[in-house]
Ligand binder design. Structure first.
Ligand SMILES: [Ca+2]
Ligand SMILES: [Ca+2]
Length: 108
């Protein structure tokens, strides 16, 4: 746990993770912080089993404004479901959030 959660307000303009990715958005927009994304996805664990199913992921992505929540949920599972049970468990949650952060959803 070396990640600092301090100073996460505002837009991270020097994000080294966005190599090659065009992210110059025309309008002023604010990206979700990691904290906000975690809260959002946790909220969509509607059956409270501590894991996010594909359906729950879809609902979460839809709430983030994804145009293709079904496809996005599938991609997120491909990326973060390390043990292949079709859900995002607590161990895999960090990878899920990293994946979502790269998509750079913005608060509307
Ligand atoms: Ca669940
Ligand atoms: Ca899993």
């Amino acid at each position: 746990m070396s990640t600092s959660f301090l100073c996460t307000r505002g837009i991270d303009k020097s994000n080294p993770m966005t190599r090659g990715a065009k992210s110059d958005l025309k309008s002023v927009s604010v990206q979700y912080t990691e904290r906000q994304l975690r809260d959002t996805f946790k909220r969509y664990d509607t059956n409270r089993d501590g894991r996010l199913s594909k359906q729950e992921l879809m609902n979460a992505f839809a709430s983030l404004g994804s145009h293709l929540p079904c496809w996005r949920a599938w991609r997120a599972l491909q990326h973060a479901d390390a043990n292949g049970d079709g859900c995002i468990g607590e161990d895999e949650f960090g990878d899920l959030i990293k994946y979502v952060r790269k998509r750079a959803y913005t608060i509307k």
